[in-house]
Design a protein around this ligand. Sequence first.
Ligand SMILES: Nc1ncnc2c1ncn2[C@@H]1O[C@H](COP(=O)(O)OP(=O)(O)OP(=O)(O)O)[C@@H](O)[C@H]1O
Ligand SMILES: [Mg+2]
Length: 247
Amino acid sequence: MAVDPLIELQGVNKYYGELHVLKDIDLAVGRGEVVVVIGPSGSGKSTLCRTINRLETVQSGTITLDGRPLPEEGKALARLRAEVGMVFQSFNLFAHKTVLQNVSLAQVKVRGRKRDEADRRSRELLERVGLRAHAAKYPAQLSGGQQQRVAIARALAMEPKAMLFDEPTSALDPEMINEVLEVMRQLARDGMTMVVVTHEMGFARASANRVVFMADGRIVEDRAPEEFFTDPRSERAKDFLSKILKH
Ligand SMILES: Nc1ncnc2c1ncn2[C@@H]1O[C@H](COP(=O)(O)OP(=O)(O)OP(=O)(O)O)[C@@H](O)[C@H]1O
Ligand SMILES: [Mg+2]
């Protein structure tokens, strides 16, 4: 367990009606740590991410961010959402706004920045994700990989304490996957705290401090990447790895 966790879940249980989707989850993510979450479809990976920025409520257990329990509602909840950036499989950009406007919008609305200041920061971030020249374009004029990098820049514009990624490359054509992973690898090197749901084993091996393997709503293994990939302990993980490594 991390000594000074930024994100900590203790005894978390989540149900959808009768369906028990997160079972006694204990997970601590230290500052600057990169945790990759993998596991079969339906094992609860997305639900786990969604509980961390409180897009979903839980029935029992506690979740803390930077030592404080997640807020229930109101302004504190909006602030939490800004503090935990989230990037999904689908890009979720505003179609009728330019790239620059997409990155600036929440800075003005949620962070209360002046337009000029927000735009300046947006340009810096677009530079960082290799898209400075595309600031005036609309999302439909960009490739999927470029749109996903805009989504990352937009999340970073809020100066989050942590970033959650839920299969950020699984909707992309193969040639675009790497440009998104490269941005994520750089973020990891810069010390961002990250929880990343992905089946990109190369990313897990190169950038993760830990791999969390989930099955049926439980954390089955939580280990260093190299150990996990070369010597999975559980039958579930062995079975899962043999399937994905065949591709
Ligand atoms: N809004 C919802 N209402 C009811 N059940 C849900 C809801 N969202 C997810 N579930 C169920 O909860 C379980 C966990 O789903 P979740 O999306 O977290 O899995 P996952 O590990 O992310 O899967 P995948 O790899 O397919 O994305 C599944 O059985 C799913 O059908
Ligand atoms: Mg999912």
